[in-house]
Design a protein. Structure first.
Length: 103
């Protein structure tokens, strides 16, 4: 809508009503953009919240979905999150991958 209004103004002619509406259109679009930014921030916090926010190192129940030479695919029980635990991050012990046993 704003693009059409600006195009009409650029093409000339008497478009006083469009000139009068542009400030309100700008305010409306700015408000919608702020709301979208806020919703995006809330979604990011909701998605990452349990994994961050001072909870690093906390023990959680998980299900192993796959064992590979490069790491483990896991799902956390408390929140629906799936991901890869790469072998480079498993520094607390020594691990040997058994391809036949998938272990």
């Amino acid at each position: 809508m704003v693009h059409r209004a600006l195009r009409a103004l650029r093409q000339g002619g008497d478009h006083g009503h469009i000139r009068e509406a542009l400030p309100e259109m700008g305010r409306h679009l700015s408000e919608m953009e702020r709301r979208a930014d806020e919703a995006e921030r809330e979604l990011t916090e909701w998605e990452e919240g349990p994994l961050h926010g001072g909870q690093a190192g906390r023990c959680v129940r998980r299900v192993h979905h796959g064992v590979h030479a490069f790491g483990l695919f896991v799902e956390l029980d408390e929140i629906y999150v799936q991901g890869l635990v790469h072998v480079s991050s498993m520094t607390d012990d020594y691990y040997v991958f058994n391809e036949k046993a998938h272990a």
